[in-house]
Design a binder for this molecule. Structure first.
Ligand code: ARG
Ligand code: GLU
Length: 693
């Protein structure tokens, strides 16, 4: 019944789509009106070129990589994604002697490609509206729990059927807060090898200074190859595996981009919150973002200082630092954007008029008030929960004991080795003091564990006492324990001073925070289901799309600059000249590799020269979010023109509210990628397997 309301509604809606660049659309149900809008802007293909279950379509060249997206660019399984998406793998292969982070890596033959155990690449086989099956047997007289249990049961059945005997993986995801359910079925490949990556001075050029910023000059790409067994099926790593033969791969356009060009993005955006109410936005902008930003500022200051002082520490903390810094900077941009667009007042105004409209409709009357009071109840729990996770639960030593204790006997040593490879006690200890201090200052004493109570008397002393008492600070002792007897060692680790602190926080979360937090969130989500339907009736002219949830989407827009603030206008493309403008051997983030300097000086650009320079990156108004990293940026003919890797700082509120004037995704121009492979890396042989147009 729910489904009929929504589907009928979406159909009537698709007749009157207004032209808009906002939105992340489900490719299988893109709709004729949406397609017509795309076509009027420069899309020259059909719906079946995008998504088709019977024939190869572009979706078959798009790869789900967990937190990122990739695309296949050859018939031999060659896959492109971002350098920052492959970063963890590149780092795992790096040591001070073979520092692929610093120097880059290029397999000069297939034998040299590096396996990455645990790293997988998934292709969507198909997606399907299963709303009716999910709601089968759900009765209006059921309690929420009974209805949820029934849906769970139905979902398990749908998944079991979809994966029966074919080795596929499937998920059922809720869209529009439970108004729709879609089944997604994937084939997942488990042998994915690193083929090449530029040095970080290119792949991460500008580092965290330029991250989330335009103008940008990052060559944020790396290459992997997907391997399959002889039958082209997924298999664990084996040297007998052969390159995967994809159903479809991307042709690459070397024609380039210009202001106003149509582009679209195919990928796996992670999470957006476009329909949340003013209370939720206020909490993010006024409370949680500022608190989390302050905690991360403290952690980053500490990491940066130690990393700058010692090259070995720099490598150890490279990936950790990047991930802490990334959200830290994004939240700052998001808060600014929310304030600039006055989102809270806008949403309040919307809620007021919605409430007036709803007053005589029993289905929707009082909804916004009820949401408001639930948010009032939720806030203290949400804040304590967020704070724990961003403070004491980030202390590495505290988490480690539990990881060891829960590792199987034969994995325990590997877990320990992996931890110590990237651990630096002075950083962890200093961070422990800083975040614990903030915790006792900012979190309601009602939510303290006994440890936090002790800590509140003298933080420094408390942290020292834990680090002194813990065996986990001594790698040799830990290895010896595991060597001697893993099950005895497990007891020691579970009983360790550090482990117990972490376990106590988990217990507190489970006892005092999460039950209430989850109940309230469940109620909120249920009300949002009604609110969504209400909004669709209330605003029939508004284009609705489901919030991102790591499922395959299409976003489209056009290449274009923007005016971030008064007196400043951004162009939409950047070039190698800008790299040289930033070049500064004294600054780590801007130290251009000598080889690139030489190429620049000699203007040795070969076939990649465009008007005497080399294009590097461009911006466009595609609606993207985290998870879209590595997504193909595609022209109207379905050819690859770039690789998405970021958003502009002024756009980062687009997870909450999209604004065409300010929202721009950032892509590395495919021609820069090709230039680097060819001219910089001398791996031009890789271009031979690509389809360049
Ligand atoms: N901001 C981009 C994204 O959200 C790039 C991140 C790369 N990491 C970094 N710390 N520079 O993933
Ligand atoms: N860099 C992001 C990612 O890893 C994409 C940037 C964004 O959030 O739009 O997915």
């Amino acid at each position: 019944m729910l489904k009929r309301t929504l589907t009928t509604f979406l159909l009537s809606l698709s007749a009157l789509i207004v032209s808009a660049e906002e939105g992340m659309w489900l490719p299988s149900v893109i709709g004729t009106a949406r397609l017509a809008d795309m076509q009027s802007k420069g899309f020259r293909l059909t719906a079946k070129d995008l998504y088709d279950i019977n024939n190869a379509s572009l979706k078959d060249a798009v790869v789900h990589l967990g937190g990122c997206t990739g695309e296949v660019i050859s018939d031999e399984g060659l896959m492109l994604t971002n350098h920052h998406c492959g970063y963890g793998n590149i780092q795992k292969h790096s040591t001070v002697e073979h520092d692929y982070l610093t120097d880059g890596f290029w397999a000069m033959s297939r034998d040299e490609e590096l396996p990455n155990p645990g790293y997988t690449a998934s292709f969507l086989k198909y997606m399907e509206d299963v709303t009716e099956q999910v709601n089968k047997g759900v009765k209006s007289k059921m309690t929420d729990e009974q209805a949820a249990a029934k849906r769970r049961e139905n979902i398990n059945k749908i998944i079991a059927e979809a994966t029966d005997g074919n080795g596929y993986r499937a998920t059922v995801e809720s869209l529009y807060y439970g108004n729709q359910y879609f089944l997604f079925v994937y084939e997942t490949f488990r042998d994915v090898r690193l083929v090449g990556c530029p040095p970080s001075a290119i792949g991460k050029f500008g580092g965290d200074t330029d991250n989330w910023m335009w103008p940008r000059h990052t060559g944020d790409f790396c290459l992997f190859r997907i391997y399959a067994d002889k039958d082209n099926k997924p298999a664990d790593y084996s040297k007998d595996n052969v390159p995967y033969r994809p159903k479809r791969s991307f042709a690459i356009s070397t024609k380039g981009v210009a202001e106003g060009d149509f582009t679209f993005i195919y990928g796996y955006p992670g999470r957006t919150y476009e329909y949340i109410t003013s209370d939720a936005v206020r909490y993010i902008a006024d409370k949680s973002n500022p608190a989390k930003i302050a905690l991360r500022t403290a952690r980053l200051d500490i990491m940066n200082r130690h990393q700058a002082a010692d090259p070995a520490v720099r490598i150890k903390y490279a990936a950790k630092n990047a991930s802490v810094s990334n959200a830290w900077k994004k939240w700052q941009g998001e808060t600014k954007g929310v304030v600039r667009l006055d989102v809270v007042s806008q949403k309040e105004a919307l809620e007021r008029s919605f409430a007036e409209w709803a007053a005589d409709k029993p289905e929707y009357a009082g909804l916004t008030d009820r949401l408001h009071s639930l948010y009032v109840d939720l806030e203290p729990y949400a804040f304590a929960y967020d704070y724990y996770n961003e403070s004491v639960r980030t202390i590495e030593l505290l988490r480690f004991g539990g990881q060891l204790a829960s590792a199987p006997d034969d994995r325990m040593m590997a877990v320990a080795k992996a931890f110590y490879k990237d651990y630096h006690r002075p950083i962890d200890e200093e961070i422990a003091k800083a975040v614990t201090r903030s915790f006792v200052e900012n979190v309601d004493p009602d939510f303290r564990t006994a440890d936090m109570e002790t800590a509140s008397k003298d933080v420094s002393r408390w942290v020292d006492s834990i680090f002194d008492a813990s065996v986990l600070t001594d790698s040799m002792a830990v290895y010896a324990l595991i060597e001697k007897d893993p099950s005895e060692a497990r007891k020691v680790f579970a009983d360790d001073a550090a482990t117990k602190v972490y376990a106590a926080t988990t217990k507190l979360l489970n006892d005092k925070i999460l039950p209430r937090y989850s109940d309230l969130n469940k109620s909120i989500t249920a009300l949002y289901g009604d609110y969504m339907r209400g909004l669709m009736e209330f605003q029939p002219e508004r284009p609705f799309y489901p919030d991102a949830n790591s499922t395959l989407r299409i976003a489209y827009g056009k290449v274009g600059g923007f005016a971030p603030r008064d007196g400043v206008v951004y162009d939409c493309v950047s070039t190698i000249d800008g790299i040289m403008e930033k070049d500064n051997p004294e600054i780590y983030d801007y130290n251009v590799p000598q080889r690139l300097r030489d190429i620049y000086k000699a203007k040795d650009y070969g076939r990649w020269a465009v008007n005497g320079t080399v294009p590097v990156a461009f911006i466009a108004s595609n609606h993207t979010t985290g998870g879209n990293s590595g997504s193909p940026v595609i022209n109207g003919d379905g050819e690859l023109i770039g690789l998405n890797f970021d958003r502009c700082w002024e756009s980062t509120m687009s997870d909450i509210v999209f604004d065409e004037e300010y929202c721009r995704n950032i892509a590395v121009d495919i021609r820069y990628v090709l230039f680097l492979i060819d001219k910089f890396a001398g791996a031009g042989y890789l271009l031979e397997e690509m389809n360049l147009r």
